[in-house]
Ligand binder design. Structure first.
Ligand SMILES: C[S@@+](CC[C@H](N)C(=O)[O-])C[C@H]1O[C@@H](n2cnc3c(N)ncnc32)[C@H](O)[C@@H]1O
Length: 197
């Protein structure tokens, strides 16, 4: 099945719980500006636009951004600003919410420190990061030839230690399926964290 099939399927999946929690935690006095990192077809992007956020969304895939521009056309260039871009090149606005659902672990490990620094800097004090990281037991962590960024739990906690208060970490370590029906072992950490400095 194609990338296009993946994007179509992703639109019918529920928004992940940590994104809803992030909305409850975020400092409501801050401007409603969000960034959706590796947004894919834009399920979460549109969810945020529907809740009144101005959303900057990027993905390295042309197909993803084309699909998002269609799905979110009523918001396009008003409160929705999609862009084809990569993790290491994106120039972030000042933001209140940064969401990275199942995306940031696709960052090349050599670029991750820069990508993470840019995310951290973009968030205002009181703003919230929510997103997934990949753990060491994931079958892709072993197979993908070192292209993915993998974190041990201690490394993950260190990422957030200085500038964030962790609201929740949910670890998922089990056999499962991809959205396109292939078996794999998933080992992910879903994190919600609030910027405190
Ligand atoms: C598993 S999909 C998740 C898409 C979306 N966040 C969702 O939950 O439906 C991962 C996305 O990350 C994007 N991606 C992978 N590497 C990237 C990179 N280096 N820079 C930006 N986006 C990237 C892919 O194109 C893909 O759309």
């Amino acid at each position: 099945m194609s990338q296009q099939a993946y994007y179509e399927r992703s639109l019918s999946v529920e928004v992940y719980p940590h994104l809803r929690i992030a909305l409850e935690v975020v400092d409501a006095s801050l401007p409603m500006v969000a960034v959706d990192i590796g947004c894919g077809a834009g399920r979460d992007t549109v969810f945020l636009a529907e809740r009144g956020f101005t959303v900057y969304a990027y993905d390295k895939s042309d197909a993803a951004i084309a699909r998002l521009s269609e799905t979110g056309r009523i918001y396009l260039n008003e409160t929705l600003f999609p862009q084809v871009c990569s993790f290491e090149q994106y120039e972030y606005p000042e933001s209140t919410l940064v969401s990275a659902c199942s995306s940031l672990f696709f960052c090349n490990p050599g670029f991750f420190p820069l990508a993470w620094r840019n995310i951290t800097r973009s968030l205002l004090r009181g703003g919230v990061f929510c997103g997934h990281f990949m753990g060491e037991n994931d079958s892709w962590a072993k197979k993908e030839g070192g292209d993915l960024t993998i974190h041990a739990r201690s490394e993950l906690e260190e990422l957030f230690r200085r500038d964030f208060k962790i609201v929740d970490i949910y670890e998922h370590d089990a056999e499962g399926m991809t959205l396109l029906g292939r078996k794999k072992r998933w080992h992910t950490y879903s994190v919600v964290a609030q910027k405190i400095v």
